[in-house]
Write a protein that binds this ligand. Structure first.
Ligand code: AMP
Length: 283
């Protein structure tokens, strides 16, 4: 496995390996890899001849008060894990390599970045779209893998790829969870043991929502109220949002009359966690 830090070397390495009939899978990450990331890499490895993983904590998607400086990093461990999961190339550029000059060009997907996480993280998705666009241009993969854990990000990236005719297939990968149901996240390392125990309530609330939906409930208000009650019953939980939306346009649904995304963000102490579940009518 090769660890590459410059755009120039990455381009020449991929160019030398690219050939007709050989597909390139790409997994963009911010590192501190866990089973969630590894499931993306394993799937990419099973579907492509070459797998490129990027590890880059992207400063322009963090707000001024957010955790860019303290975000967990461990490149050596990441390389070991990514290699074992099937990656051949790690691209780990420094910030100055990705942004050698103040950036003047941004990619912004209108509307979709405003609701849900966009409310408390203004500019976040603009930063995500800009870096993903740059990475897709640098790697030029056939397929790029994104976790359903970040459902809003996935919807926005799919819209960006469609709108800008980017020649890549976006592959969504299901959420990997700990035994407690807590969605795996690099930020889970911030949680105290008590907060981690409380955070299992997020998945429980989503499961309850699914149960209500399956027993015929279609009122978003009733489902959200029930989830709020469950989450508020544990210590340390402070709800940022719970929303039920159209999974593509991300507009809120008062009545669940089509497939729907239930998404939430909840703070436990200084850690903000997100999770989601998609509801779909049985065929
Ligand atoms: P991050 O390093 O947090 O930017 O995540 C990189 C990619 O891994 C994104 O596409 C995430 O959606 C995905 N990912 C993160 N956590 C999980 C998880 N628990 N299950 C599945 N995919 C995940």
């Amino acid at each position: 496995m090769k660890v590459i830090t410059t755009v120039k070397e990455l381009r020449s390495t991929i160019a030398a390996l690219r050939s007709p009939g050989k597909s390139i899978g790409f997994v963009p990450t911010m590192g501190f890899l866990h089973e969630g990331h590894l499931s993306l890499i394993r799937q990419a490895s099973s579907e492509n001849s070459l797998v490129v993983v990027s590890i880059f904590v992207n400063p322009i998607q963090f707000g001024p008060q957010e955790d860019f400086a303290s975000y967990p990093r461990n490149l050596e461990q990441d390389c070991r894990l990514a290699k074992a999961a099937g990656a051949q190339i790690i691209f780990a550029p420094a910030v100055e390599e990705m942004y050698p000059q103040p950036i003047l060009t941004f990619v912004d997907v209108k509307n979709l970045g405003n609701p849900l996480c966009g409310q408390s993280r203004p500019g976040h998705f603009r930063g995500v779209c800009t870096v993903v666009n740059k990475l897709l241009n640098i790697v030029q993969p056939d397929k790029a893998y994104f976790g359903e854990k970040d459902a809003q990000q996935l919807a926005i990236i799919q819209q960006m790829v469609y709108d800008l005719n980017i020649p890549v297939e976006i592959i969504p990968v299901p959420i990997q969870r700990e035994e407690s149901g807590l969605a795996m996240s690099s930020r889970n390392t911030y949680l105290t043991p008590e907060e981690r125990a409380s955070a299992a309530v997020l998945y429980q609330s989503l499961q309850k929502a699914k149960e209500l939906f399956e027993s015929g409930e279609r009122s978003s208000g009733i489902i959200k109220d029930t989830m709020t009650g469950i989450i508020r019953s544990v210590p340390h939980a402070c709800i940022d949002y719970i929303e039920i939306s159209d999974p593509y346009s991300l507009t809120p649904l008062a009545q669940i009359d089509r497939s729907a995304l239930i998404a939430l963000a909840v703070r436990f102490g200084k850690t903000r966690l997100i999770d989601n579940l998609t509801l779909a009518e049985e065929e």
